[in-house]
Design a protein around this ligand. Sequence first.
Ligand SMILES: [Zn+2]
Ligand SMILES: [Zn+2]
Length: 533
Amino acid sequence: MIIKFLGATKTVTGSFFVIETGAVRFAVDCGMFQGSKQLKEKNYSDFPLEPGSIQFIVLTHAHIDHSGLIPKLSKAGFKGPIYTTPATAELCEIMFPDAGHIQESEVEMKNRKLSRAGKTLLEPIYTAEEALECLPQLHPLNYDEVHRLAPGVEIRLRDAGHILGSSMVEMWIDEDGQKEKLVFSGDLGQGSQPIIKDPTMIESADYVVLESTYGDRLHKGTATRVEQLRKIIEETMSRGGNLIIPSFAVERTQDLLYDLSILQAEGQLDPSIDIYIDSPLAIAATEIFQRNMEYYDQETMKIIGGGRHPLKLPNLKFSRTREDSVELNNRVGNTIIISASGMCDAGRIKYHLKYNLWRPESTILFVGYQAVGTLGRRILDGEKMVTIHGDQLVVKADIKSIEAYSAHADQVGLLSWLRHFKQKPKTIFLVHGEEKVQPILADLIQSDLGIPVLIPGWLDNYELRPEGVLVEGAMVQVHELPEHRVAPVNKALVAERKYLELRTRLNTLFQEKYDRALYDELIESLEKIASNM
Ligand SMILES: [Zn+2]
Ligand SMILES: [Zn+2]
């Protein structure tokens, strides 16, 4: 079995891993690169392998850094099923067209500049309309069920506790009778997160592909998160400012609503303060959250049982249209605006920053990860002057951040998830983390847990060889997919493997008695046979 690391290597975004057995080739995630210009350029280049050769995708969750290049892959020839949880599928239905829309507006803006300079115009990676075309490929699978997706490939999605519908993937690969188990952590949640359940603990794996976003730090103040929020609201409102919260549309926005509803229930939030969600995507995501109650944890169900829905606040307003959003520009004080994108690189948040960054009475509150190179990261890092839509703005607003909102496990969270493995994995591959963070976590895993760690680079391939056969509990029921859904054996791959194997054997034979003409003739015939198979 070969695993190819095609994204999220020594960086957080662009998750894309391809697994190849002798018989099938499939992917886990196919995400967009976000952050620096150099990284984003990767979204525009050709895929490093033939998209049509990927037979199916297992998608861990709806975040764009895991799912955002699926519409591009599909446009380029990938026609197989995308296996994921029902909630992820529902979220993708709104997130794909939204990402397409962002591509269109970004390219439109760039093209205005390019055409003034007489240069060749760009094309969006995919449009909102093109994004819709891959939606029928989404194929929901429930948590905790084992499904056979192809000959020798069985998977089980487990709750990753990161965002609604997020999963980690357990994968059993049987190649020539040798069974190996791979676990992809996906994005691993933090136990203390509101609304959704805690991450599932897994007990066995031969290989683990582990995210490492916060591998070098500990989240502080989880217990005082709501109190921190209360204090920031109070300070901002008493100065007569607005509280602007750049927030990811999915999960973070709803987590904030949850905490605001706690403050409200405790009488700690002035009911005259207006709370706006100003992002069509966040509004649609909130509605999906409201519908999917089976994903809620016990605590949330208890609140609902008590007659209060933590996502339905009385003074909450959805600002749906462009006009609704523009109107918010005139508001001075007594207003909380939660808007996307979470890293301030696109969307309506840019307007709210434009109207509030220079106001000393306002507060910009960061509640999520800010990738290197994004506008959010620059503001958070203390830049005093930023450019938005071509306007230079001085940063005078109070810049605050509450780290405890992270939807990612911190160092302790990652290590304690690994400690639950009863059988030590043979190797852990670290992905989805910044280059300076990963060695810190790798050292800790190796010294504390004694498990070898590899940090793959972009386009690295690893061949995983079995040294023992994994025996999993016999009670596991395998769900058989309808026959047309089971990925067929990839004949080209089989031929390629056979060809390489025969060539190696020929090389060994000819080492003893070398006959150039005969060797060339044999290799040539072999190539012909392989290409016709
Ligand atoms: Zn994520
Ligand atoms: Zn991620």
